[in-house]
Design a protein around this ligand. Sequence first.
Ligand code: HSE
Length: 441
Amino acid sequence: MPGIKKARIAIVGCGVVGGATAQYLATSEDILTTKTGLQLQLKYVIDKDFTNAKRLGLDEKLFCTDLGKALGDPEVDIVVELVGGINFAKQVIESALKAKKHVVTANKALLAHHQKELLALARANGVCLAFEASCGGGIPLIRAIYDGLMANRIDALYGIVNGTCNYILTSMTQKGLSFEEALSQAQKLGLAEADPTLDISGGDTAHKLTILASLAFARFVPWEAFPVSGIQNLDAYDVTTGGELGYTVKLLAIARRVGEKLSLMVRPAFISKTHPLAWVSGPFNAVSIYGDTVGHTMYYGRGAGGKPTASAIAGDIISIVNGSYAEVFNNNSIWQDTTAPASLASEDEFTARYYLRLMVEDKPGVLANVSAILSEQGIGISSVLQHEHSLDTEKGIPVVITTYKTVEGHVKEALAKIRKLPCSKSEPVCITILDEHAEYS
Ligand code: HSE
């Protein structure tokens, strides 16, 4: 076929994603050639253990335990790193780039920590590093940023990018489960890891935010530069009460342009039940991106799993082989190694509305004291909710206050004073409420 471009591919790591990608490439050669005019041939599946590869029925001729053999094979054009983790995966990618192989990876943790140096190494060797599958699984999100949205200055990004947390929060919201009950159910269904720490602590979402914000705002966002909190301390009472007030809680990756600075964070936040992100349920992911020209756009799909992630990996392979990825990789100034460091706004400067649940004695003057403190900080009260309770002098009773838009630093100062009030019986709960981001702001 005239003009056909051939590429041979080595996959390193044959777990859930590696296996699904190998199976896809091994069975889709004809379809891919018909659709793209490219010939993509899987040549090696590299691992130490081929149990999964055999279960998937992959051709044993592909199996190889020696990465060096694939890297020394001049026919191999692309190495797909799917071993996960940081140290060994980094060695795999570095050796592949030094061997002048293009690299495709889904490894968000590695990219969050070392993306800048790996991008520079790829460039120094005249090859590309592509990572669509690192954020949002099968959702073509990174290519939306580097391609379809390139005409825009990105003003804000709000993402549900961890399926485990979204599954847990959906169960808490829809079934009234506690965090522990929802996590245990997710683990039984295989939707949460046996050790879910990185997911529930917000760490995995932070990895993805580092990657997405760097590209979207064309600034180098270093890892661990912004505050991260997870969902492990969320109380079912607040999920239910937020629901009564018209809100759904989501673990959000938040990024906003504030003048020349970026405001970045990961935290559970209430959003209106009418916001499209509130409808994203179970293990699905979605990201809202606001551009200065396009306004609000949203990207939705499966954020994990073998087949969806294989779809994103295959998309990267196609773009590398047809040359379109090299165009953006070499020419767009959006990559961590070709942009200036981001200047980050402090958490205290963040503006939002807040849900405050105070645990206070039920006696005259309590609300007057609390509202006086909020007033001193210039914080307006939007609603107050107190159900009738039997008096619990030990823990106090919950009084829920929602505020108008204010500055987070003022809320922290107010809470520090409220904690010291004699009527305050236990630690107040504070959850951010995000109104829909104004388009063209
Ligand atoms: N642990 C991740 C999640 C997998 O739950 O979304 C996909 O990155």
